[in-house]
Design a protein around this ligand. Structure first.
Ligand code: PMP
Length: 407
């Protein structure tokens, strides 16, 4: 089933908004996606008909809210082909999911002399927590280099994954380069050394089928707001065996089994990691976003984005933009970073905004990668299910104008 972005657009009320009287051309979905009516309405329905705190009360309304929340967990498990909803922990998003692993698993397992491996293309969310962890524990943080065309230096794996490596932290799809990384190969390499792999799927989960067993991921994180869901929700997938062994992250209500004056015992997983009142409506909204993406089909989502990415790359090359990252759409997603000679990315973003075009400019929370690319910042257009060739054409017209201003 192929995806028609003009039909998809009709599900997104925001596209009825005009920007300076012009069509809204939203090319910043890697930052956050727009929300379909189906998700917005599900959240309203929850507040109008099901709202109560979860897991705590015996009355019918609380049973409804608990069913909605736990139903969303089951949908998320299915979405990434996780063996059981018990392996799905709700968080605020990818950043919190990664920090959960840092505070819980890594603090208990990473010691002085051990190594944690990240890559040169990680988002700050999958870098800074590991800087903090290694500084605190005396472990060493290493960075797998990136080639000039934005791929991981897999030829160096033998040097970077050794019996000292306890954890590999890697993005499945780069938010800057669009690169889809060979996560399964990294998983096999680290598992052979007895270590674990954490996969940052913030950019992958919204755009391609993700299967935790195929990836052989030990942990995998993603955010609701980048995949048509609301802000304030996200997922940490963890192998059940690991989650069972791990100490809690936050302490408080709900995560306990029994509390005594001086100590407590812990609830079963995943509740052990969900302290206090969670973002219930947001989790329910994430469940609706999963339903929405399933109705389109993740294979169709990926196919549409590959086709549109190929078109955008061709047009960007034709206007003389310097595009970062792989040129083969089999190896990349639709987050496209580029520079246009002599025009600062911030100026570019401001000029195209006059045409109703939203693109991001800056370091994209990947400052070490900017240094590696030798640029202070890039412009980034990122594509999603509701983008069309017309959107790309409007961007190109605006870029031509910007070039004209600085000629
Ligand atoms: N990792 C990647 C690759 C991302 O693109 C982002 C968001 N830009 C994050 C992590 C952080 O996600 P969040 O802000 O939703 O926690």
């Amino acid at each position: 089933m192929s995806l028609d972005p003009e039909v998809v657009r009709k599900d997104f009320p925001i596209f009825e908004t005009r920007m300076r009287g012009k069509r809204l051309v939203y090319l910043d979905s890697a930052n956050t996606s727009q929300k379909p009516r189906q998700v917005i309405e599900r959240i309203v329905e929850f507040y109008e008909h099901e709202n109560a705190n979860i897991h705590r009360a015996v009355y019918e309304l609380a049973e409804r809210s608990t069913a909605a929340y736990e139903g969303a967990r089951a949908k998320c498990a299915h979405f990434i082909a996780a063996p059981s909803p018990r392996s799905i922990v709700f968080t605020r998003g990818t950043t919190e999911s990664i920090n959960l692993v840092r505070y819980s698993w890594a603090r208990a397992n990473v010691r002085e002399g051990d190594e944690v491996l990240v890559t040169e293309m990680e988002h700050h969310s999958n870098l800074v927590p590991w800087q903090l962890l290694t500084q605190e524990s005396g472990a060493t943080l290493r960075h797998l280099p990136v080639t000039d065309d934005g791929m991981l230096r897999m030829d160096l794996l033998g040097d970077y994954i050794t019996d000292k490596t306890k954890l590999v932290c890697v993005g499945l799809m780069s938010n800057v380069l669009g690169t889809i990384n060979p996560v399964r190969q990294l998983a096999d390499a680290i598992h052979a050394m007895g270590g674990l792999i954490l996969v940052d799927a913030a950019q992958a989960a919204p755009h391609m089928p993700v299967d935790v067993s195929e990836l052989d991921a030990d942990f995998l994180a993603f955010s609701s707001h980048k995949m048509c869901g609301p802000t304030g929700a996200g997922v940490l997938y963890g192998r059940e065996r690991l989650l069972e062994e791990m100490p809690p992250f936050h302490g408080g209500g709900e995560m306990i089994r029994e509390v005594f004056a001086d100590h407590s015992t812990w609830n079963e997983i995943p509740h052990k990691f969900e302290a206090g009142t969670m973002n219930i409506a947001q989790a329910v909204g994430l469940g609706a976003a999963v339903d929405y993406l399933h109705s389109l089909g993740m294979d169709s989502v990926r196919a549409h984005e590959m086709e549109l990415t190929a078109y955008a790359l061709e047009r960007l090359n034709a206007v003389g933009a310097e595009v970062h990252g792989p040129s083969d759409v089999d190896q990349r997603g639709g987050a496209i970073s580029f520079n246009v000679a002599d025009v600062h990315p911030h100026d570019l973003a401001t000029i195209v905004d006059q045409e109703g075009v939203c693109i991001r400019a800056g370091h994209h929370c990947a400052q070490p990668l900017m240094r590696r690319l030798g640029v202070p910042a890039t412009a980034r257009a990122s594509l999603y299910i509701y983008n069309t060739r017309e959107d790309v054409d409007v961007l190109m017209g605006a870029l031509e104008q910007a070039k004209g201003w600085f000629a």
